[in-house]
Design a binder for this molecule. Sequence first.
Ligand code: NAD
Ligand code: APR
Length: 230
Amino acid sequence: MIVILTGAGVSAESGLGTFRDKGGLWSRYDLSEVATPDGFAADPALVHDFYNARRANAAEAEPNAAHRALARLEAEADEDVLIVTQNIDDLHERAGSRSVIHMHGELFRTLCAACGARWDAAPALSTADACPQCRAAAVRPDVVWFGEMPYHMERIVEALERARLFVSIGTSGSVYPAAGFVAEAKAFGAATLELNLEPSDGATGFDAGRYGPASEVVPAWVNEVLGSAR
Ligand code: NAD
Ligand code: APR
């Protein structure tokens, strides 16, 4: 099994901003105001505006060659391929990937903080929205904020245990628990590879790395994997 962790870098060339690169989202917005439970409690309208803008941006974006190559890998490899993404966009699915775990949630889903109901997001959420199930005015984007528990951790750890190869693509490796997956996969016996624009802070934790834009590096790597299996 191949387990692939993706981050904002895989969607950068689709026009979605990354977080920590120069000019990234966290240099323009205060993370504690827009991506924490306390920020949402203090100013829900501001948080809705932030995610509404990102949803509009993501809705207009198209998958790039990296997303498409990963979908092809899943379709054509003779072993299981699982994508664990920190991204809240839906570009992996729109490129055709089927096994995708959204550990930080999904921009196009809505969550009721009161009763736990989930449903597809309207183009814009507002503080006037009520939950269709319990009517509470506790509607939030179904995304994981700092200080909250990422989703599907049990399934992810099971996959890391089975992986023969762990590949990290387009992530700075600065947010845990995702940043710890490479060490976990290694401890379970997997080979590890980083594909990123440049070596991340955690690059030395990988067996190997290849650097350049995801739209070039990822298709080249997928071609090699599929080619060598034939
Ligand atoms: P985090 O706040 O994103 O929290 C990670 C979450 O994962 C926590 O809720 C934790 O309970 C959960 N978790 C950890 N291990 C788990 C496991 N094995 N299974 C299930 N859940 C698990 O993470 P953090 O490490 O506190 O912060 C990460 C990064 O956030 C920092 O390195 C920094 O880059 C960034 N940060 C930036 C700012 C800022 O720029 N102002 C502020 C805060 C954090
Ligand atoms: N191709 C490949 N890699 C790229 C490209 C590109 N075209 N452009 C940027 N990168 C790389 C950067 O070099 C950087 O290492 O992608 C990485 C993006 O890192 P971050 O902006 O930190 O994004 P990410 O790792 O996904 O952030 C993790 O932080 O705030 C949160 O919840 C949010 O899921 C997100 C998490």
